[in-house]
Design a protein around this ligand. Structure first.
Ligand SMILES: C[S@@+](CC[C@H](N)C(=O)[O-])C[C@H]1O[C@@H](n2cnc3c(N)ncnc32)[C@H](O)[C@@H]1O
Length: 253
């Protein structure tokens, strides 16, 4: 969960480059002219789909993300939120949601909405992060712990709304929405990011990790940054981190 308000620029320079690692796979596994990208963020997937000749609509809940997407994505970018998309049933040949279902307040209703707007025989392709923390998250968690960062409440869904953040969990979500899973698997890649850019995303308030940082007292924030930079620089003396990444992925029809 967490708020995406006011973080679009920080997101673009940091975690957007992480999420971009899945874009080509989502595009390779979908086809057709009418493409909807839900939770379009900075518009990178929509821009690539546009370049492939698809008629793309991008939609995001956050107005700043919409503004950033509009600048890069071409096509149409609109503001709107899962689970209530302003489109007719069966309106699209392909629907993508790259790291979005893990951020919505009701993932089951969100997936049902993706299923509603894709045509029979069309495809929904979606990614989430698994429950095991990624290498970047382990690095940051170590720094936060050493600095005495206090977690912020309310970042987890209640048990009745949450789902298992795994291949089986995401497949189950798609099947519960009436879709048939064609592929359900993990995707793995390395994320190359500078120490400064990763810290920029955190200090800029992106996602739960950034919101947690912003909620700390100034001295705790300063200590967290010191701890992070020390650990990150030990891993990457040249300043560019290479961090292994695993996503959970489903393609369904
Ligand atoms: C992790 S970002 C992923 C952005 C983009 N898909 C990418 O790959 O870079 C999550 C995005 O989902 C959007 N979002 C969050 N809740 C949403 C909702 N209920 N409906 C639509 N978009 C939502 C956020 O504003 C943010 O742009």
């Amino acid at each position: 969960m967490g708020t995406w308000s006011g973080v679009a620029d920080a997101y673009r320079e940091s975690f957007a480059t992480l999420c971009a690692g899945a874009i080509e796979r989502l595009l390779a596994d979908t086809s057709g002219e009418r493409h909807l990208d839900v939770g379009s963020g900075t518009g990178a997937l929509a821009a690539r789909a546009d370049a492939l000749g698809r008629k793309v609509i991008a939609i995001d809940a956050d107005p700043e993300m919409v503004a950033v997407s509009t600048a890069v994505a071409g096509g149409r970018v609109v503001e709107g939120s899962l689970p209530d998309l302003p489109f007719d049933d069966n309106a699209f040949d392909a629907v993508t949601a790259n790291f979005v279902i893990n951020h919505v307040p009701d993932p089951r209703a969100g997936m049902r909405e993706l299923a509603r707007v894709v045509r029979p025989g069309g495809r929904v392709a979606a990614t989430i992060w698994p429950s095991q923390p990624a290498e970047w998250a382990v690095l940051v968690a170590g720094a936060f712990s050493a600095a005495g960062v206090i977690p912020i409440p309310g970042q987890r869904l209640s048990a009745d709304l949450d789902f298992e953040r795994s291949v089986a969990g995401l497949r189950g979500l798609a099947e519960a929405a009436g879709l048939e899973a064609i592929t359900a698997t993990e995707l793995k890649w390395d994320w190359d990011i500078s120490v400064d850019a990763l810290w920029g995303g955190i200090a800029g308030g992106v996602a739960t990790v950034g919101q947690t940082f912003l909620a700390q007292m100034p001295e705790v924030q300063a200590s967290a940054e010191r701890e992070f930079r020390e650990a990150a620089t030990a891993l990457a003396p040249e300043g560019i981190l290479r961090l292994s990444t695993t996503a959970v992925y489903v393609v369904a029809t």
